[in-house]
Design a protein around this ligand. Sequence first.
Ligand code: PLP
Length: 402
Amino acid sequence: MIDKIRADFPILQREVYGKPLIYLDNSATTQKPRVVVDAIVDEYYSVNANVHRGVHFLSQQATNLHEGARKTVQKFINAASTNEIVFTRGTTESINLLAFSFGEEFMKEGDEIIISTMEHHSNIVPWQLLAARKGIAIKVIPINDKGELLIDEYRKLFSERTKLVSVAHVSNVLGTINPVKEIIDIAHTNDVPVLIDGAQSVPHIPVDVQALDADFYAFSSHKIYGPTGIGVLYGKEKWLDAIPPYQGGGEMIQHVSFERTTFNELPFKFEAGTPDYIGTTGLAIALDYVSAIGLENIAAYEHELTRYATQRLKEIEGLRIYGEADNKSSVISFLVGDIHHFDLGTLLDRLGIAVRTGHHCAQPLMQRLGIEGTVRASLAMYNTKEEVDALVEGIKRVAKMF
Ligand code: PLP
């Protein structure tokens, strides 16, 4: 099975510095299977036309592909309707969209939003921009030393001024899988809606937005084997209906005059300009690819691989793992002795091993951990135990040099 999956990803056959590529930077972006790239090329070569406004054959075909992709996304996360699937450029844009539109409609000076210590900058800075514009306050859920959210502390953060909770489903540094169902239930008891940053969850665990009762859910195509530049904001229809557009332009209008403009229905109200209709096809093909393998199977495989990697990494003298939550995804952050993360990453690269080094766009979390950065190995369904062994041997080799 694994050989068949690996064969679908041409880049995994290449070498770097004359060594076989071992790609362990999947939290940053995943590689693309041939079916996804082929679908993109095919659409450019044989279907390309602008969507929604053309009466001609190609435009209708392109529109069908684009709207079919919306349906695929809807089914993938079990949204109630395609009206609830807004295409964006990615998680970052999804969160910015919500920070702007929700902030415009529902937040005023003195209101509060709750985020967590382990958020990616994408789920911090948009709220800070809103805070600067509207004078809102940002409250932060603390974590324990294993890298788990302190739920009792979270409960205490609510006040009458709390308007929104926005937290990551899975941490891109610690790998922690947060108890988002519980987080959402607690917020709802306080009558507060919740946005879940699903950038690191959708590629690795089955997500059902209705079962979670999430009000908003964001994710990026490129982290789930799809193309770059496309992503999704899921929002319950009642919320999307209630908030104003994010950007103005073509597609998002119903009627324009110089006196007054009326806006298009959902989800188009939030999709100003020509959409990335080729990107949406690529995303849909990627989701179909993942569905054919089965997210349960992917999750089980990655879980076992992560268990193996954690156990093997712990054999290395002086290696410290950051993030040891009971419920963890396939992300392992670590440091070895006093070797700088950048030096370790650079030397591993020379062995053909691609890992991430640095603060991983989570500087407040680094402050909480009392470090500047880590080395991060993030595993995907095409990684193998042999690659984990090579990582362990590589680290041992580098450690000997210091
Ligand atoms: N949120 C989390 C948890 C992430 O890991 C990332 C990317 O690494 C993002 C948000 C931002 O995603 P994108 O850069 O695709 O918008």
